[in-house]
Design a protein around this ligand. Structure first.
Ligand code: 6AU
Length: 258
């Protein structure tokens, strides 16, 4: 049985600045809900961020699906994040060699390193990928989220691969905010934030391999820290009140395990 420390206690264990910031934020705002805003129009994304900002610790973007992306989108999103006190994480799933991810992170139209507090990374190319992020991360005080497991059917991020991803995180704890995973494994320790996608109350999955669990199950039974909810919130008729429901269940699951 896992013994859980509070987010407040884990602030002092974390070494990555974004992990410190997120643990503090969750402790003070009393929310471990992250929302995946997979919408394709700037105005829709900003309106949703404004509507649910008070309920969340993180807002997750897929910036490359935004049809009318521009710098103003980032400026506005950042001001909503500051107003409601949440962090922004770009789910880019970088996966190339260090030299290439450095270009992808710091350049191009999206300029991700300038605004994202966290980005997702597949460690399939090996630990040197992290060297491509170091300069950019330092400038912003940002962190990496390593994909240790996935929610989708038939995922290959399992077993020894998962163990290697945990090891990669531990060897680079200065740069790593945490893991995207489906369960807490002992080796993950207490200094990383564990985030779990594939969460929905009223569905078991979609027709493209996604698999869903409830907030209660992953936070209480599986011991992860943050739920990432996409369609369960942004496709609902009333995203704000739905966000409140997810927030309440995942926060009380967190409190019950302490
Ligand atoms: O709740 P959904 O199914 O509408 O959205 C889930 C979100 C999507 C995925 O790109 C992402 O979570 N995701 C990830 C992440 C966060 O990296 C990993 C994974 O294993 N499964 C998953 O769905 O934006």
């Amino acid at each position: 049985k896992l013994v859980h420390k509070s987010f407040g206690e884990r602030v002092t264990l974390a070494t990555n600045p974004a992990a410190v910031k997120l643990f503090k934020l969750m402790e003070s705002k009393k929310t471990n809900l992250a929302v995946a805003v997979d919408l394709v129009n700037k105005s829709e994304i900003l309106a949703l961020a404004e509507a649910i900002g008070s309920e969340i610790c993180c807002l997750k973007t897929h910036v490359d699906i935004v049809q009318d992306f521009d710098q103003d989108f980032i400026t506005q999103l950042q001001s909503i994040a500051a107003k409601h006190n949440f962090i922004i994480f770009e789910d880019r799933k970088f996966a190339d060699i260090g030299n290439t991810v450095k270009y992808q992170y710091e350049n191009g139209v999206y300029n991700i390193s300038k605004w994202a507090d966290a980005v997702t990374v597949h460690g399939v190319a090996g630990p040197a990928i992290i060297d491509g992020f170091r300069d950019g991360l330092k400038q912003k005080g940002a962190g990496l989220l390593i994909l240790a497991q996935m929610s989708s059917k038939g995922s290959l991020c399992v077993g020894e691969y998962t163990n290697q991803m945990i090891e990669m995180g531990k060897q680079n704890a200065d740069a790593v905010l945490g893991f995207i995973c489906q369960e807490k494994l002992e080796a993950m320790g207490d200094n990383f934030v564990l985030m779990t996608p594939g969460i929905q109350f009223n569905s078991k999955g979609d027709n493209m391999g996604q698999q869903y669990n409830t907030p209660d199950y992953v936070i209480k039974e599986k011991g992860t820290d943050v739920i990432i909810v996409g369609r369960g919130i942004y496709q609902s008729n009333d995203p704000k009140s739905e966000a409140i429901k997810y927030r309440q269940q995942s926060w009380s699951a967190y409190e019950s395990r302490l």
